[in-house]
Ligand binder design. Structure first.
Ligand code: AMP
Length: 190
């Protein structure tokens, strides 16, 4: 499978996060999957891609022209696609992928994650979305989501749009075992 990962680009994180990304890459590579990602050599992205390759998987980096900066962009990918802008880049990442995996990250990661959740809510795709909740990183966001359900900003059935897993093993297994289930449609009522 082509697994698209969203994850932090920071180099100033607790070591446990880099370990999590490396572990995740190991499982992706050993399981015969490929990684679709932002083509950054920095942060969790860099560790995840390196580890995927080390354990036999391919990394396919999708990067906009503007971010092709020495020391930031990966020069190790098995395949690299350069896009004119961020919007096209996300389209290519989505179209090339069979599933989405979010690791801890910052605004870039959150934006990518929320976009695929939103598009699934509108039935633009029906691929797995798994949050790898290492160190309980997403806990507060999930509490916030509960407020959206409670106050009817989101339909409670949208909890099924994504899965939350505590370890890389469970996250990749959730992707492999994912079966699409029809979820309440926000506007089409199908
Ligand atoms: P952030 O979570 O803000 O560190 O942003 C990381 C996410 O945004 C990754 O999943 C990437 O897809 C994208 N991104 C941010 N910075 C870069 C970069 N320098 N090179 C490639 N992708 C990036």
């Amino acid at each position: 499978m082509n697994i698209c990962a969203f994850c932090g680009s920071s180099e100033d994180l607790d070591a446990s996060y880099y370990h999590l990304a490396s572990q995740c890459g190991e499982i992706i590579g050993k399981s015969g999957h490929n990684l679709i990602y932002g083509a950054g050599k920095i942060g969790l992205m860099g560790r995840l891609a390196q580890s995927t390759r080390d354990f036999g998987g391919k990394s396919i980096g999708i990067i906009p022209e503007r971010l092709r900066i020495e020391g930031v962009a990966s020069d190790m990918d098995n395949e690299q696609i350069i896009t004119p802008d961020m919007k096209t880049r996300k389209d290519v990442m989505r179209n090339r992928s069979d599933a989405f995996l979010a690791l801890p990250g910052g605004f870039g990661t959150m934006e990518e994650l929320l976009e695929v959740i939103t598009l699934k809510q509108l039935q633009y795709h029906n691929k797995a979305i798994v949050l790898l909740n290492g160190n309980g990183f997403f806990d507060e966001m999930l509490v916030f989501f509960e407020r959206m359900y409670k106050e009817n900003f989101a339909n409670p059935s949208y909890r099924k749009l994504y899965q939350v897993e505590s370890s890389p093993e469970k996250a990749i297994a959730a992707i492999e075992n994912y079966r699409h289930e029809h979820i309440y449609d926000k506007y089409l009522k199908s």
